[in-house]
Design a protein around this ligand. Structure first.
Ligand SMILES: Cc1cc2nc3c(=O)[nH]c(=O)nc-3n(C[C@H](O)[C@H](O)[C@H](O)COP(=O)(O)O)c2cc1C
Length: 204
């Protein structure tokens, strides 16, 4: 049984919503995904001050540890941008994986990613690109979204939407009030589905 972990960090809930849609796509393709959240590293007082949502309990969605990673065949990473880059919470997690880096524990494992930014031009692609260095050092295999199954959605100019060939995406809006649209949710489902099929092919 091919095992996929969908791992995310979400301050305001957009990437959490997207993660669930990715998991739905994986299920549509006949797979099963386990959801994990990245541990918060900011003080709770600051999270409250900047309006962060209450995180799902760790009974509902466990916190990822480096040890979990070795149990999975592939990973989908949910990343809300910070200045066009990875949030420090994500970086802090990768900084704990030196042991896996040293023993090649993640070498050859496929991953895909999906992002959220406040607005267009806020870093959908740069967030994807700047996250790659950690994965490259681990020797992991990037499975991008591409255009094959998403062309009409990604090229749709009639409505504002996130996402790129690097991975599905959504816009939270400058004040965080925008929610993922149906087009964006469909992109996430397609990505989940296609990622699962690719991981299955690679594991044969
Ligand atoms: C410190 C900080 C930096 C941010 N930097 C950017 C940015 O460079 N570009 C952008 O479009 N949005 C930026 N945002 C907005 C977040 O990307 C947005 O809140 C996030 O994608 C929403 O996802 P979430 O609800 O899953 O947390 C920033 C937010 C914070 C708190």
């Amino acid at each position: 049984m091919t095992k996929i972990a969908v791992i995310y960090y979400s301050m305001y809930g957009h990437i959490l919503r997207s993660s669930k849609e990715i998991a739905k796509g994986i299920a549509n393709a006949g797979g099963k995904a386990d959801l994990f959240q990245i541990k918060e590293t900011l003080p709770q007082s600051l999270v409250s001050q900047i309006g962060g949502i209450e995180k799902p309990s760790i009974e509902e969605i466990p916190e990822i540890t480096p040890g979990h990673l070795t149990e999975y065949d592939g990973f989908m990473f949910g990343i809300p941008t910070r200045y066009g880059n990875l949030p420090s919470q994500w970086k802090s997690f990768w900084d704990q994986t030196g042991g896996l880096w040293a023993n090649g524990g993640l070498h050859g494992k496929p991953f895909g990613l999906f992002v959220s930014t406040g607005t267009p031009g806020g870093g959908q692609e740069t967030t994807a690109i700047s996250s790659l260095s950690s994965f490259v050092h681990h020797g992991m295999i990037y499975v991008p979204l591409g255009y094959k199954n998403t062309f009409p959605l990604l090229t749709n100019l009639n409505e504002v939407h996130g996402g790129s060939p690097w991975g599905a995406g959504t816009f939270a809006g400058a004040d965080g009030s925008r929610q993922p649209t149906e087009l964006e949710l469909e992109l996430h489902r397609i990505q989940g589905e296609e990622f699962f099929k690719t991981v299955e092919k690679l594991s044969k």
